[in-house]
Design a protein around this ligand. Sequence first.
Ligand SMILES: [Zn+2]
Length: 372
Amino acid sequence: MRGWSAILAAVFLAASHVGAFDWTVIKFEGRDYVPLQDVARFYNFIQADYSYDHLQLSNTVLRMQGSVNSRELYLNGLKFILSFPIIGIDNRPAISRIDLSKLVEPVLRPARIQTAPARTIVLDAGHGGFDQGARSVRGNEKDFTLDVVLRARDLLQAAGYNVRLTRSADVFIPLELRAAFASYQSNALFISVHFNSGMRADAEGIETYCLAPRGVPSSNDITLTFSDFRPCLGNVRDPENIALATAIHTALITRLGVGDRGIKRARFVVLRDNTVPGVLIEGGFLTNAVDDMRVANPAFRQNMAQAIVQGIEAYNRAVERGTAGSAGAIAKGNTAPPLSSSINTNSAAAATPGSIWTPFSNDVYALPEAAK
Ligand SMILES: [Zn+2]
């Protein structure tokens, strides 16, 4: 990119630490960016390819792919929507600092999130009562969501979890009440189940949302607005939120074999006003013929319930490794700043193969086509 007034400044964070990682921070249009070269070094990606505005970082277990001017980032083929596009300065691709700290870091190193595994799961069946949600000839969103939730409840209870439902019947519950109900639970996760409707009949696939960090646009918006800077209760759970979304979305995509629309951010009321880690699943489009046929099939909904349980278990295992202090991959003295006050920066370590968690333990995803 030519003509950009990039100010290159090497910032030495935690400089007093011997062996501290020296992140390069690039200012562009008032925002901080970090070169992917630094990301590759920090997370031990031994191969890095930046040709033709496409980038690919890889090691033996992990592959990160993206493109300059794109918000799509793929990790082992799983799709994430970044808060800001990757930029290219002097042929060097760079990722926004907030995406590094609020997405890459918690997703690659969930064991470092300071939180406890959850024993209570709050399941939230979208819509209800007069609010039918999306509709198709095969049924209403409110009925499909309740069915998935009841199936997931049975599976979770059998696995020993405490389960709370925001609704267990066809009734209307205001969004604020759902979030408040979840926030009242301790040591809990919040899983909201929805199905989508699209303006276009060819819109299909599954997307998983978690709360947008403060100061970034929602995934479905391009530009920032003033309201994006409003503090939200749920932002205290930023690292957990994205880790949970990663675990749940991975399970959904791999189990259900449906289109991957990505892990996205939004400020939905049930996520925004919620103090427990939460996600909102859009499990397919009732306005798409193929998705609609799938969702109407009880076997699909059972499979979706199983994926939810699988995702919760993967999340719990990942954060448990951190609380148990048994990650085994923390190299003392290898200090590096994940650039966020919400993340402990005292003893960072690279995402060595041994620290890879369930979603990335198997490279089961198809290679995404190079983004256009
Ligand atoms: Zn809905």
